[in-house]
Design a protein around this ligand. Structure first.
Ligand code: AMP
Ligand code: MG
Length: 272
């Protein structure tokens, strides 16, 4: 199986069952094997993208707390050339950021031509946490769906390919992962008491996600719901979509300048 984009206007269910590992994926060993092959393809495609320097890829990752954003970045994108990739995380806006429109801090982090940009959270927080916690009135957040679509269309018309993933974990799996954060000294630092509050607002977040995903899954910036209870399945499904997109972007090494060929023939054979 491979992920299909959400159809515009069609809200995904986001039930707990939808977070489970899909039955039609191969067994674990095979999944790990396939991910490795996809990562090799990704590395090669990124080399071309960087050398060509004409188009960019933006990957947006959203999830609930403990939904696996950090793990996905490490496990799916961990082997590409760090020079061609930039990860930007979004927390609570600073005082300075609050003085600007909500897309300001996002726009400056959009990958330049040749680069892959990864957003760990994104401008979607401005219709998710902001909506659920009522940080601004509805009259302010509601028009943002259209504003975001316009913004993303503008980017896509300027050589930025956009892919958006919602890593969907079930309530049980989130519980397991939050507990592990409490118990495991190596994971302790990630625990944030705020996460428990968000867990109590599970349904309000579901509703906010459903609306954001259905209103903003456009032809130019599609949303994918990733069943994310199983990490190896999640990784494989994300990697497939990314590699497909890079293949469609079809980056090519630029052809050598005729001068380069002259230099080659001028090179002393002893130096070769
Ligand atoms: P983490 O990703 O665990 O570092 O947490 C970042 C926190 O910042 C999360 O609780 C987000 O909900 C919060 N956050 C991100 N963007 C915004 C925003 N635009 N307004 C308010 N809170 C935000
Ligand atoms: Mg957190």
């Amino acid at each position: 199986m491979s992920l299909q984009p959400i159809k515009l206007g069609k809200a995904p269910k986001l039930s707990d069952a939808d977070a489970k590992r899909p039955d039609d994926l191969p067994g674990k060993a095979e999944r790990v094997e396939q991910l490795l092959a996809l990562k090799e393809q990704m590395t090669e495609l990124q080399r071309r993208l960087f050398a060509q320097g004409r188009q960019a890829l933006l990957v947006v990752l959203q999830a609930r707390d403990a939904g696996g954003k950090d793990g996905t970045i490490r496990r799916v994108f961990g082997s590409i050339n760090p020079q061609g990739c930039r990860v930007t995380g979004y927390g609570k806006p600073t005082e300075r950021e609050l003085q600007q429109d909500y897309l300001w801090r996002v726009h400056t982090a959009v990958p330049r031509r040749g680069m892959i940009g990864i957003f760990n959270r994104s401008h979607y927080e401005d219709v998710l946490v902001v909506r659920v916690k009522e940080l601004v009135p509805e009259s302010v957040w509601r028009p943002r769906y259209e504003q975001i679509n316009d913004f993303e269309r503008m980017l896509s018309e300027n050589d930025v390919t956009i892919l958006k993933f919602f890593l969907h974990v079930s309530k049980d799996e989130q519980r397991r992962r939050l507990l592990r954060r409490l118990e495991d000294p190596k994971r302790n630092w990630k625990f944030n008491p705020e996460d428990l509050k968000a867990r109590n607002e599970w349904d309000a977040y579901s509703e906010a996600y459903r609306e954001a995903l259905s209103r903003c899954s456009t032809d130019w910036a599609p949303w994918y719901v990733v069943p994310a209870d199983s990490k190896s399945s999640r990784d494989l499904l994300v990697a497939q979509v990314v590699v497909d997109a890079l293949e469609r972007m079809d980056p090519e090494f630029p052809t050598a300048d005729p001068d380069v060929l002259r230099y080659v023939s001028a090179l002393d054979t002893s130096e070769r």
